[in-house]
Design a protein around this ligand. Structure first.
Ligand SMILES: [Zn+2]
Length: 70
């Protein structure tokens, strides 16, 4: 099982369940247990996809996709 959570900088991250810490690209080391878990995913692929979806929401990429469909 993989856990999906967010760093204080806003980036979405995932970590394998049982892993104590995860380092964000911003340089901050997060304690996985102390984070609010947004989602759980069964596989690494699902976790990666969920993170991508969250990033798209945060940065508004869904609007770009909608525009390209016109
Ligand atoms: Zn961060």
């Amino acid at each position: 099982m993989y856990l999906i959570f967010r760093c204080d900088c806003g980036r979405a991250l995932y970590a394998k369940e049982g892993v104590a810490t995860r380092k964000c690209v911003c340089g901050k080391t997060l304690k996985v247990k102390s984070r609010r878990i947004f989602k759980k995913a069964a596989t690494r692929e699902d976790a990666s996809l969920a993170v991508q979806e969250m990033q798209d929401k945060i940065y508004g990429n869904t609007d770009f996709q909608r525009a390209s469909e016109l």
